[in-house]
Structure formats: C-alpha cells, structure tokens
Design a binder for this molecule. Structure first.
Ligand code: GLU
Ligand code: MG
Length: 432
C-alpha cells in the first residue's frame, strides 16, 4: 500500500511495536497501544516458539517446535526509538525486546540474550567491547547512471532520502556518523557511532528499519539483500569492533606488533579466524550471501586478517589524523566483513564475541602477515556443515538454538532449490 501524502487528520491512537530480529534477519513482533506501556513492560506481547522459524519468505518450512507453547516478547526500555517524520504518518515507535518464557525466564533461543551471553563470555576473558554496524543498501527510487559511484551527483539524485533518514537516525538515538553513495547502482552506505554490544546491535536493527521507514514515506524502498543482482555490487554489513579492558580503556593497539595489534586484539581476531567457517553460517546466512563473497567485489573470499585491506575477512582499520598515541589507541579497531543483512545483528555479533573470547581464553595468535589463507565456505550448505560440526558453536548456541538454526537454514536452501543466480537475487531482493 502506498501512503497518501497530506491525508486529513483522523481519529488515531499511537501504537508501539515490540519485536526482535530473528534467525531470518527480519524484525517481527506485535504492536500495542502506547498508553499500555507500563503493563506491557512487564507482560510483553504474546509469541510462540515456532515464530522463530518463520523463513525469510514468510512461511515456516520446518520447525522443531510444532504448534504448541507460548512466549512473551518483553520490550527493553533501553532499546526504544520514537521517530515522528512530521509528514502526517504515524510515528515509528519501536521497542526491541527479549523472548521470554511465560514465567519471565529468558528463552534459550532469544537473539538478544544470545548476544548477552556472548558479552558475558568476553567479560569472563577480561574484556568488554564497543561496536558499530556499517550497512549498505540499495534505494529503489535513486537514479542509476554511469560514473555514479561515490559521486556528489549520486548523493544529490537520491533526493530527500538521505536527510530524512539521517534525521530519523538522530531522533532514534542512533548517532549517525556518515552517509554516502556507494560503488554499486543505487547503492548507499550508512555508519553510526559505536556503543556497547547490545546497544550496537539494537542500533544495527533500528538503522535498517529507519532506512525502510524513510524510503517508504518517500514512495521508495530500501533493500538490504546481500546481492541485489548477480552482476553488481553486494550489500555488506561490516561489524566494527574495539576491545576495552576492565577499566574501559582501549587495548587494541601496539604499533610495533604484527598487524599493529596488541596481544589481546590478536587473540580475539585469531579466535574469529579459528571459528570462521561456522561463523559464516550465522553472519552470511542466505544462499545469495555466497554470491557476494566472490572475487573482485570488495567483499572477502579468504579467511584472512589484513591491515587496511578490504578483501580480508577481518580488516585492521586505518587511524585518521590522530594527534597522539592516546588518540591512536582510541581509534584502533578491526572490522569483520563476512556479514550481511540476512543475519540478525544479535546473532552475528553474539557469535563474534564468543569466538573472540575463545581466542583470548586459549591465548591464540594470528598467522604472520602475508601467509596464504584458506578460502571461506563457498555456499550456505558448506557453512552450515561447518556449523554443525563445530563443538564450540554447539556450546555457544545451546542445543535448541543450534537445531533451530540448522533446520531453518537448510529448509530455506531446499525451498529456493537450484534457482539460477538472477532469479535467486530477484527473490531475495523482494524480502530484504
Ligand atoms: N560492498 C562491499 C561488500 O559487499 C563493501 C564495500 C566497502 O568496502 O565498503 O562488503
Ligand atoms: Mg561500503
């Protein structure tokens, strides 16, 4: 349905949507009258276990949970955004929430609780983190024209979207950092400032929804499919991460060490490398994700760490115009590039925290720079096989979430079948 601009005022009552970003990467939940927030803050909205198994396309193709059981999605007041676009449409009043059993216990498959468990694993290894999601997407109403990449012309020709979107991000508390016309046709990128892991993942979810909300109000569509068309550029989600110590001081940088990274940062990255085949199933969890992870697209193809190289799975990011060592230490961070918006930010960052914490616990180190690296899994099926055989991932996820993820994603592969790349991209462009 398209929105009629300038509609006459009518009787209306504000709603709050509470939801989570689930295995499919979609944000799903229910709305309630805003006046009932005090009660809903306790009892949430009703949900059921099999809702977690809703596919990217909508239908539940397979579920271990059947038709029984009840859960609650309980809104987190720390994850609320209310954005009035001041165009006569209802405000977007969103709260992200936790999936809980009816007795209030966290459900073992709650995506936000999985992330909290990952944070706890990092804390047990002696560290905390700030993180930010950098996200790419295509805007349906923008012009595609030769020479557009990064150009002022492309920025201008997307019209009002960028300024409406950035204002929405500001109002939602997401602290916008930059917006740019990317390399691909109609492709744009947005970054926001870092925050602690849960807040960063909440921002990652809200950024996507505000892009969709701003685009819809302008009669357009913001699409986050990992690969909108087989010949073009992929839409990546790059996860920027910086470790801090118990005193909340940055600990990433050691200028004279390999990769310019101090031992804890190298151990954290080595943990990610060690578990990368299994992680890929969680962070790049759609069949089209593997059309993105191919050569010459500025997306990673190898399980590597590199300094300032956008082809690496983990990129040690540059330090810009830092006046002194303290400023350099504050900026020093790594970027995980094997991620896209078919993944839930909670599940993606959660598994990175677990993997990095494992590297810290085992005091792993990185291979010397320049050593040839193995390739990433080449298909979702291969990544899921790696996930299934990973004892570490089984411990992080727990048996129920592990089985749910494997069944969810294998059913998705069976559903799309042997579709040719163009049709596959078209199907995913419809749903992300
Ligand atoms: N579009 C690329 C990707 O799929 C990333 C381009 C960039 O370095 O920002 O990850
Ligand atoms: Mg980019």
């Amino acid at each position: 349905m398209s929105f009629a601009q300038g509609a006459m005022p009518m009787l209306q009552e504000e709603l709050i949507f509470v939801g989570t970003c689930d295995i499919s990467g979609h944000v799903r939940g229910k709305a309630f009258p805003a006046a009932e927030l005090p009660a809903r803050a306790q009892k949430g909205v009703g949900w059921t276990h099999s809702n977690l198994m809703m596919s990217a396309f909508g239908p539940i193709f397979d579920t271990p949970f059947g038709t029984g059981g009840d859960l609650m999605i309980v809104p987190d007041p720390a994850a609320a955004a209310r954005v009035d676009f001041a165009d006569g449409t209802p405000p977007e009043h969103i709260m992200l929430g936790d999936l809980r059993e009816t007795d209030g216990q966290a459900w073992t498959c709650c995506p936000r609780d999985f992330l909290r468990r990952g944070e706890a694993a990092l804390a047990a290894a002696g560290y905390s983190m700030i993180a930010a999601f950098e996200q790419e997407f295509v805007l349906s109403g923008a012009d595609a024209f030769p020479g557009a990449a990064y150009s002022l012309a492309a920025l201008r020709r997307q019209g009002r979207f960028a300024e409406v979107f950035v204002a929405a991000l500001r109002a939602a508390g997401c602290e916008p950092d930059s917006f740019l016309a990317e390399y691909g046709d109609r492709q744009f990128e947005v970054t926001v400032k870092p925050a602690g892991p849960l807040a960063a993942a909440d921002r990652g979810v809200i950024v996507r929804e505000m892009a969709r909300g701003a685009a819809w109000r302008l009669g357009q569509r913001a699409g986050f499919s990992p690969m909108p068309n087989p010949g073009g550029a992929g839409n990546g989600v790059h996860v920027h991460m910086s470790l801090r110590d118990a005193a909340d001081a940055p600990v990433m940088r050691e200028a004279s060490a390999p990769y310019g990274l101090a031992a804890p940062a190298r151990a954290f990255c080595a943990g990610i490398l060690a578990h990368l085949p299994a992680l890929t199933a969680i962070t790049a969890p759609s069949p089209v994700s593997y059309l993105r992870l191919t050569p010459n697209r500025w997306a990673p193809t190898e399980m590597s760490v590199a300094v300032q190289d956008r082809g690496a799975a983990l990129r040690v990011c540059p330090i810009f115009a830092a006046a002194d060592e303290e400023a350099k230490a504050a900026q020093c961070h790594v970027e995980y590039r094997v991620c896209d918006a078919a993944s839930s930010p909670y599940l993606a960052l959660g598994c990175l925290l677990f993997a990095g914490a494992d590297g810290l616990r085992r005091e792993l180190d990185l291979p010397p720079p320049g050593v040839p690296a193995p390739t990433l899994p080449r298909s979702l099926a291969a990544a899921l096989d790696a996930l299934e055989t990973s004892e570490a991932a089984a411990a992080w996820l727990g048996p129920v979430l592990r089985e749910a993820m494997l069944r969810h994603k294998r059913a998705e592969i069976a559903h799309v079948g042997e579709t040719d790349p163009a049709s596959l991209c078209a199907r995913y462009a419809e749903v992300y």
